[in-house]
Design a protein around this ligand. Structure first.
Ligand code: F6R
Length: 260
């Protein structure tokens, strides 16, 4: 795993956005896996800026979001449909028919999840997957003890995740208990994975994911099994990493490294 540590959230977001833009420049019809939550907001703002000011083109892009709350209509201000529209999709030129977000209101969750997996395959698989990390080490809504080969499915949220996400709702009671989420196995099939984390609250989870054992108790640790994953963190989220000096050294020496 490549660990890229930035001084600030803004710097981290910009570095990750450049990585996504590089994929898009090489593969204009790339399939991008999208995450929601507060972490990728800066990255999305930067991609929107690149689209508006530098002509970064999304006209051939296809997207698949990681997850959605069960029971929230797409118009609910905390649904991930709403989040993506407000923070990203309405500002770029992705054709609406290329956008996929799990349904939180389907009448048949199992059939929907099977279709979602199938649709990712039909689109050629995910080229670059953007991820945040929960304070319990989850990726998407793959809570501790999720199978590391899990697929898209309905999942019961951990109480700690409900607590963490209560900040977005009027009260804790309003936070949905269930979600549809891509599985760890689904995520690991992406060709490239970028995990972002900022803030002191994520430091333990980041250290466990990057330097701890691969375990279903920290589903982000499964990224250690992926051949092309990068972890973008700010100083606070990096504060518990034991190998920090090495990660910084690698980045410092990168410009002079033999070209692959
Ligand atoms: C959201 C998602 C979650 C979040 C994680 C961190 O689509 O998949 O795994 O990335 O809960 O959330 P924030 O960024 O709000 O701290």
């Amino acid at each position: 795993m490549e660990v890229i540590i930035s001084k600030t959230y803004e710097e981290m977001s910009r570095a990750a956005a450049l990585d996504v833009a590089e994929v898009l420049n090489a593969t204009p019809d790339a399939v991008i896996g999208m995450a929601t939550g507060s972490t990728p907001l800066g990255l999305y703002q930067e991609l929107v800026r690149m689209h508006k000011k530098e002509g970064l083109d999304f006209s051939q892009v296809t997207t698949f979001n990681l997850d959605e709350y069960v029971g929230l209509p797409v118009t609910h201000s905390q649904s991930y449909h709403y989040f993506m529209h407000e923070n990203f999709f309405k500002h770029v030129n992705i054709p609406p028919q290329n956008i996929h977000i799990p349904s939180g209101t389907t009448s048949n969750y199992r059939a929907f999840c099977d279709w979602y997996e199938q649709r990712i395959k039909e689109c050629g698989g995910i080229d670059v997957q953007i991820l945040g990390i929960g304070s319990d080490g989850h990726i998407a809504f793959n809570e501790p003890a999720s199978s590391l080969s899990s697929r898209t499915r309905l999942k019961t949220l951990a109480k700690s995740t409900i607590d963490d996400n209560a900040r977005f709702f009027k009260s804790r009671d309003e936070v949905p208990i269930y979600a549809i989420t891509m599985g760890v196995g689904t995520i690991l099939e992406a060709r490239k994975i970028l995990l972002l984390a900022n803030g002191r609250k994520k430091a333990e989870a980041v250290a466990a994911a990057v330097e701890g054992p691969v375990t279903s108790m920290i589903t982000a640790s499964a990224l250690q099994m992926h051949a092309d994953s990068a972890v973008y963190v700010d100083d606070d989220a990096a504060s518990k990493l034991q190998m920090r000096e090495y990660y910084d050294w690698v980045q410092q020496k990168k410009p002079d490294a033999p070209k692959l």
